[in-house]
Design a binder for this molecule. Sequence first.
Ligand code: GDP
Length: 468
Amino acid sequence: KVAKIKIKEPKPVASKPKQKINIDAELAKKNSKPNLSFVVIGHVDSGKSTLIGRLLYDLGIVDSKTLHKLTKESDAMGKSSFSLAWIMDQTQEERSRGVTVDICQTQIETPTQKFTIIDSPGHKDYVPQMINGVSQADLAVMNIDANSFESGFSNQGQTKEHLTIAKSLGIERCVVTINKLDVTQWSQTVYDAICDQIRQFLVDELAYDAANLVFVPTSGFLGDNVVKPSKNLSWYTGPTLMQVLEQENRAVSHVVDKKSPFVMVISDIQESSKNDELVISGRINSGIIQPGESVSISPSQEVAVVDSISITASSVGSSVIKHDLQKLAQEGEFVELKLKKLASCENIKIGDVVTLASNVLQPVKKFKCELNLFNIERPLLVGTPFVLFKNGISVPSRLSEIESIVTKDGRSKKRRHLSSNNKAVVVVELLERELPLLTVAQHHKLGRVVVRKDGLSIGAGKILELVA
Ligand code: GDP
């Protein structure tokens, strides 16, 4: 039996927008300042947090007083080189949020564009949080330490693993920063050699379109070619990292289908003192929402009214963080929704899926998917347990059926087990709980999962069918 988004009778709660607005005019206003969400990925210590800190500092979002304070604090802890890296933690703290999911996210506005920056941990123990960060991004910035490229690029490093996960989760565009070039005396030879290897891996092994890749030399620590052009990189005539991000923002399609169903995965929950109220936040994955509309939260099927919608952002040149109330929010925006009239808040969790109350998403226990295996040591047999990851949640699961293996020439074959680099159509069973899922046809990004076993990513899948 195939489960689709089932249309139920609307629940007896107010379901109309509070205010009658001209939706097209509101969307046009928003789209005059397009938003790009990017996640910074890469091996631990490659300088991801420092690079983001540098970007925020050179854009004038973090003032010198704050940086001075952080430098004093990091000096006192004997970690003076980390002052820029702590900027992200600082902004996070200032937002004084409740439960967080270990990824730092910050929104900035230039005079013409908006960006959401997602910092993800690089250590191999934090791959689950990295998967969560990638699932909220349009673009990945892969940061490479030019001085210790090999350790990140080895099979034990996170460079290849992060890139593979990003591609598997539907990220089609990638900016590669070759960072810490100050340590390699700004060498063009080092830069070119690293670019060649990464490009080859991305194009030959991950099937990236070479036209969707951009390479940028940087030193996040010294601030070369991040926002300001570098005198040290005299051989480089291309754009700075910030200019590349602006180009990417223009290149990504921002056309929003206002008729597509509203879907948002919860990435953060702020507790409230009232039993029937809650503030949830996340990125709107599809559709639009207005205050006054009622929503349903899957899998608990709790229903609530959206009391208000706000967006938190800083403007370039100002360290003041604004919380702006919205008449409408659309696909791609990171929002906070204040929910009211909840019967109970207890069952609402990070990773739950919010839809309109008229469009309830039924959770499922099994699904059919096209599974692409990475390099695995032992074959996967029917019954093999693994952990399924998607949007901030992980669920113990097992391989319940192997339908067929797709061979290189496109034929399908029956097989009892799966091995390295196999592509197969399989049925996955969730062992401990049901999840609200969408197929890849229903949503290009939400219909994707990563599977891990014994702390390693072993494959990624596209959900083809939901089995009730
Ligand atoms: P992350 O783990 O990737 O977020 O890395 P961090 O930003 O925390 O940086 C790790 C270390 O590398 C810190 O000591 C930084 O000061 C240092 N670092 C970061 N970027 C650069 C750079 O461009 N040049 C040099 N020389 N050191 C850097």
